[in-house]
Design a protein around this ligand. Structure first.
Ligand SMILES: Nc1nc2c(c(=O)[nH]1)N[C@H]1C(S)=C(S)[C@@H](COP(=O)(O)O)O[C@H]1N2
Ligand SMILES: [Mo]
Length: 220
C-alpha cells in the first residue's frame, strides 16, 4: 500500500467523522428537562442556536410570588398565579420568530390561549387593544381581534422545556406572523384599552401593525 492510500484511509476513519460529528449539537438540557428538536415531523431550532434580543438583559422572576395581572376594560380584573395558568388547557404550536434585525428561528411553543384568560376576566364591548407590560419595563400592544381569531398563546414552554429565565420566564407572547418586537417576554400585566398604544419599539418608529414581510418603520 502506498503511503498516500494509508493517509486517505486514516482521514476517512478519524478526521472526517470527528469533524462532522462535533459540529452537530444534541438537544440541550434546561432545568433538568431535555428539549425536543422535532415535533410532528418538523425540525425545530435547538435553543442553543436560537438568537435572542432584549433591552435590559435577563429578568429573574420568582415562580411563587409571580402574578399575571389583567385589568383595564375587563368585567373583572384578575391576578393569576403561575400554577393557575399551568392548570388551564394547554396549546402547542410550531411558530417562527422573525426579528427585524434579519434573523429568525423555528420553535415549538406551549402555553395558554389568551382567549381562555379573557373568558375568566370578561372583556368590555369597547375594548380593541391589548397592551402587554413586562418586568424589564418593555411594553407592546396587539389588536384584541387578532389575538382571538388566531388563537394566540402566552407560552410557558419552549421546545418542551420551561421557558428559561433569560428567554422570558414565566410567559412570552407568541405573536405569530408579527415581528419579534410584538413577542413580549417576562409578561406581568395585560391591559385592555379602547385606543391605540405604541410600545417600546413602536414609540421609536417601528410599525405598530408589525406584520412579517410588511413595513418595519412608519412615520410617527
Ligand atoms: N420584555 C421584553 N420582551 C421582548 C423584548 C425585550 O427587550 N423585552 N425584545 C423583543 C424583540 S425585539 C425580539 S426580536 C424578541 C426576541 O425573543 P427571543 O428572546 O425569544 O428570541 O423578544 C421581544 N420581546
Ligand atoms: Mo427584535
Amino acid at each position: 500500500m502506498k503511503l498516500i492510500h494509508l493517509f486517505l484511509i486514516i482521514s476517512v476513519i478519524f478526521v472526517i467523522p470527528s469533524g462532522c460529528v462535533s459540529e452537530k449539537k444534541g438537544p440541550g438540557v434546561y432545568d433538568n428537562q431535555t428539549e425536543n428538536i422535532s415535533y410532528q415531523g418538523k425540525s425545530l431550532t435547538p435553543i442553543s442556536e436560537q438568537r435572542s434580543r432584549d433591552i435590559k438583559g435577563a429578568q429573574y422572576i420568582d415562580r411563587e410570588s409571580y402574578r399575571l395581572q389583567i385589568d383595564g376594560l375587563v368585567e373583572t380584573p384578575l391576578n393569576f398565579t403561575y400554577e393557575e395558568i399551568l392548570k388551564l388547557p394547554e396549546t402547542s404550536k410550531i411558530v417562527d420568530l422573525n426579528c427585524v434585525e434579519g434573523w429568525s428561528f423555528t420553535a415549538k411553543w406551549t402555553g395558554v390561549k389568551i382567549a381562555d384568560l379573557f373568558n375568566k376576566t370578561g372583556t368590555l364591548e369597547n375594548s380593541t387593544t391589548v397592551i402587554f407590560y413586562s418586568a424589564d419595563g418593555y411594553s407592546t400592544s396587539i389588536d384584541l381581534d387578532y389575538l382571538l381569531k388566531n388563537n394566540i398563546i402566552l407560552a410557558y414552554r419552549l421546545n418542551d422545556v420551561t421557558l428559561p429565565h433569560d428567554r422570558g420566564f414565566p410567559l412570552q407572547l407568541v405573536a405569530e406572523s408579527k415581528y419579534g418586537y410584538k413577542w413580549a417576554k417576562w409578561v406581568v400585566r395585560i391591559e385592555l384599552s379602547d385606543s391605540p398604544y405604541r410600545g417600546y419599539w413602536e414609540q421609536r418608529g417601528y410599525n405598530n401593525t408589525a406584520d412579517v414581510g410588511g413595513l418595519e418603520f412608519e412615520r410617527i
